[in-house]
Structures are given as structure tokens and as C-alpha cells.
Design a protein around this ligand. Structure first.
Ligand code: G3P
Ligand code: MG
Length: 247
């Protein structure tokens, strides 16, 4: 059972694990984040052809594996046969696309909290939201702080709310939309995660005054992080989290 209290998400969150240091969304990337002193990570989740939740960003395989085609049309067995590390560095040859279950086991071992992004393949928004939230509700390690679900897809967030209403949710956006109040209220989201370059001090002020939690992605520059935090941003996602952590 997941705690109903808001998750105490850390200010600096490793993006896709620590994507600047290891192949994104692999177990090695979670390990790298932990090694850098990060307490929370973000990673992306989607469904295989046969309905398994895996940790993966793109809809297609080419950029981050040795395979081709879409994740949505690839079975877990076929996905697991792919190398998800060599594209980044030969030292990571043999890294596999993790299942969400494996990622949760690794997080538990490392003591890492997580923002779990639902990144559905087109047309599978509700199915993916149901599967990811269901898996988190059933299998989230009791030793860890409660996870935070995030997504750009309202349908996926709605499905997550229906399946696991006690897991907090965040709406991801590329810029703060005019209708953010209604959108977040309809989805029961208390947090907005926005592309950092589109955030303004004024927007952050309004969002904070109205009780929202605001986080920014992806922030790899220390000066920019300091500016955002001074505006009142609550957290930043970074490929190089060590640049932003207190020394
Ligand atoms: O959750 C923040 C960030 O991960 C959203 O964008 O494309 O890196 O998943 P993306
Ligand atoms: Mg993401």
C-alpha cells in the first residue's frame, strides 16, 4: 500500500537515471545516478506488444538499441534480446531494456525514489496508464518513498488516477497552457513539470501562489538551475545531476 502523503521529492532529480553518464533508462543509468549522490530519479515507461511495462523513452528502437521498429510492435522477449547500451558507449554493451519490475528492484536496492513517467505509444494511452499505475500500486517497494507518476498524456494520467488514486500525479507540459488550472484540477494533479526554457518567473509565481508544485526539465546548467530555484521552482530534472547537487 502506498502512502497517501505527498512524496518528498528531492530538488535535484536524475533524468532517465543519469542520462549524461550512462545509457538512459537502463539499470546502469539508475546505478550511475545513485553513484553521483542522487536521491530521486526519473524514467520513462511504455508497453511492449505483449503488454509488459518496460523502461524506455522513444516509440521506436533505433536511437537507443541495436534494433529497429516500434516498441509497441515488439514482444518483451524480442526487446530483451537487444543491446541498449552500446549506442552510448562500448563499456555498456549488454545493457538490456529493463522491465518496470526490474527497475523497482534496483531502486529498492539503491534506496532511490522515482518519478515514473508514463510515455505511451500512440493509441495506447489509457492501457499504458492503467498498466503502469497498476504495477506501481502492486509492486512498489515499501522501503522507498511513494513514487510520483508524471505524463504529457491526460488520458494516461486519468487512467492512473482511476487505477491508483493514492499515487500522486504530475502533468508534464512543454509550456504552461492557458487552461492549466482546469487541466490539473480535472486530473487531480498538484504538480506541473515544464520544459525549462519555456518557464518564466511570472508563471512560476502564479503557479506557486495557487498552490502548485513546479518542476523544470531538463536542466544541465548550474546557473540556470539556480535561477529557476530562485523563482520558486521546486525541483529540476538533470542528465548531469551532480552539477546541481550541493557540494
Ligand atoms: O519528466 C521530465 C522529462 O522526462 C519529460 O520529457 O521527453 O525527457 O521524457 P522527456
Ligand atoms: Mg521522461
Amino acid at each position: 500500500m502506498i502512502d497517501t502523503e505527498p512524496a518528498p521529492v528531492s530538488t535535484v532529480i536524475g533524468h532517465r537515471g543519469a542520462a549524461g553518464h550512462a545509457p538512459e533508462n537502463t539499470l546502469a543509468s539508475l546505478e550511475a545516478a545513485s553513484g553521483l549522490g542522487v536521491r530521486w530519479v526519473e524514467f520513462d515507461t511504455k508497453l511492449t506488444a505483449d503488454g509488459h511495462v518496460v523502461v524506455f523513452h522513444d516509440d521506436t528502437l533505433e536511437r537507443t538499441t541495436g534494433g529497429s521498429g516500434t516498441v509497441a510492435e515488439t514482444t518483451l522477449a524480442d526487446l530483451r534480446a537487444l543491446d541498449a547500451g552500446s549506442w552510448f558507449d562500448a563499456a555498456y554493451a549488454g545493457q538490456r531494456v529493463p522491465t518496470l519490475k526490474e527497475a523497482m528492484e534496483t531502486l529498492a536496492r539503491l534506496g532511490l525514489g522515482a518519478v515514473v513517467e508514463i510515455k505511451p505509444s500512440p493509441g495506447r494511452e489509457r492501457e499504458t496508464g492503467l498498466a503502469v499505475a497498476g504495477a506501481l500500486a502492486a509492486g512498489w517497494p515499501e522501503t522507498l518513498p511513494a513514487p510520483l507518476i508524471a505524463s504529457f498524456e491526460p488520458t494516461a494520467l486519468g487512467a492512473a488516477r482511476d487505477t491508483a488514486p493514492n499515487i500522486h500525479r504530475a502533468l508534464n507540459v512543454f509550456k504552461i497552457p492557458w487552461g492549466w488550472r482546469n487541466r490539473t484540477k480535472a486530473l487531480g494533479c498538484r504538480a506541473v513539470h515544464c520544459l525549462e526554457k519555456n518557464l518564466t518567473a511570472r508563471q512560476v509565481g502564479v503557479l506557486k501562489d495557487e498552490g502548485m508544485v513546479v518542476r523544470a526539465f531538463t536542466v544541465n546548467d548550474q546557473t540556470r538551475a539556480e535561477t529557476l530555484l530562485r523563482w520558486g521552482v521546486d525541483g529540476v530534472f538533470s542528465d548531469y545531476p551532480e552539477r546541481l547537487l550541493p557540494r
